[in-house]
Ligand binder design. Sequence first.
Ligand code: KIV
Length: 257
Amino acid sequence: MSSDKITPAAILAMKARGEKIAALTAYDFPMARLLDEAGVPLLLVGDSVGMVVLGYPDTTHVTMAEMEHHVRAAARAKTRALLGADLPYRSYETVAEAVANAQRLIAAGAGYVKAEGGREILPQVQAILAAGIPFCGHLGMLPQHVLEEGGYKIKGRQEAEHQKLLDDARALADAGAFAVVLELVTPPVAKEISQAITAPTIGIGSGPDCDGQILVTHDLTGMFPWFTPRFVKPTVHCGAKIKAAVQDWKSSVEAKN
Ligand code: KIV
């Protein structure tokens, strides 16, 4: 494997070669470094940091300052992987805000930014790309809209929703997004979108036919054992392992009384 830094063009080329893309979230130096050493090519300082690290009930509480803090920490790992960051809730309401906040995340060390939405944010997406900032789309269930939608709902079951997802994905890819996350999209619709656009789709809870898969690392590793999404099967239970190690150490300290 080459040791060259992974670029958005390299992620696009993986789809062209038919290679599946593994992506994970990383919010700090050790996790970014571990995932990079494991060979994961695409990393995201997701605003899910708000829920699994900062203890907020949803991602709508995450601020730009918090995102910058975590991007700086993860970027210090100087990963070969392409490391990007979420524009948080209400940080891209206007074109000017979108570009200014995307530039702040890039200055903090991100190699791309991601924002939630389709054609309704297309002017912001076009302006971010025109500013020379690589962009990743995010369609389907949009966690920043959880309060308006009243929960985390699967998307693509209704015909109108199916068509909107397809049109939004085409619009983002045509604008120049190097990838599009599909969250909780019905597997047949996710498959159809993946076949319809040249940019790779990165699925989360959207079935096996996306061009890549992303998970919140804390879900995959059992680091946030109080809630695990239905579509994740943790492969290790780090939370339980930490608790057991700490209990053993505590007992050894107390035994020396
Ligand atoms: O915030 C996040 O971590 C995300 C991914 C799960 C796609 O948006």
